[in-house]
Design a protein around this ligand. Sequence first.
Ligand code: SF4
Length: 377
Amino acid sequence: MSDPVALPELRSLSRPELAALVAELGEKPFRARQLFRWLHRNGAAALDEMTDLPRPLRAALAARSSLVTLERASEQRSVDGTIKWTWRTGDGKLVESVYMPEADRKTLCVSSQVGCALGCGFCMTGTMGLARHLTAGEIVDQVHRANRRLVELGEGPAPRPLTNLVFMGMGEPLHNFDQLKAALELLLDEDGPNFSHRHVTVSTSGLVPVMRRLGEETQVKLAVSLNATTDAQRDAIMPINRRWPIRELLAACRTFPMKQGRRITFEYVLLGGVNDTDADAQRLAKLVAGIPAKINLIPYNDNPGLGFRAPAPERVEAFHRILFDRDITAVIRKNRGGDIAAACGQLAAAGRPGDQSRHSPDITGGETLTDPGALGY
Ligand code: SF4
């Protein structure tokens, strides 16, 4: 009997891999393109939907491959239009994606891992540890399920209401770089969802050795989750800093291969009483000087149990003004989906600290790195 685990996962296959599979099954090359379009343009949930593929081909595909389709486990809608979905994978893991509609764009925040190994102190996902990486198929299927649901909800035309993607959901995308890169190729394919690389942003907490690969092997935009202006501060809230301190991270930003006119986005979560002083703002301006940069200031969302608090609104304003006075482009990000725990740092897909079930049965066994060197780079 064949081992079902060994079957190729259709939604993760690249175009050449899909073409090779279809050729192996004795079909003409145009069938591979049809299949690709069903998988990635229409986001078909099952082979049965692919009505213009011959039945024998569908039967052969069913026998020779598996098809990843995420199941919608829950949907929460915020008063501000934000929607948070929890998806269930084939092996029962839970991951989240967040839809953020604005006047000029419709963005999905996508997850790249079940949990996260990096253990940032202010982040709910970090409390889960890493259960496993997502496959390319599971990464792209968040986008397909979201598009299909948004069409049902009247949020935009089929097949793709979404205009922008940000990889800022659960997980450190660069820790899962091979699957991330495969997913990006599928998402940018003109026979697939056909996203523009200008509308796709990958965020990292500072996995320095992989940043260069992102710049050289993809064309998408980079965001760096900085969140501190001294190593002592950053070591305390982002353990990865002990392996690649601020100086090394910013050196990687300065040499990041970037298209003309692009800027790196620095995410800076303002934690009340921790990193929101005038001195922090002044240091931040100095740190990013000379880097084509934009800074997103993100007032922290209270998460019970993590030990941080939201900054005072006047602190946020003062911080922003100091950057503005130094000609640094900075925007204060609107606090979105706070009422449904969909805002930055709030994704956990399971129990939250304080509710006695911090690690859900779906994610137990997750590991958080105490030694960032163990990432293996
Ligand atoms: S902020 Fe990002 S890198 Fe840090 S623990 Fe959360 S998901 Fe992981």
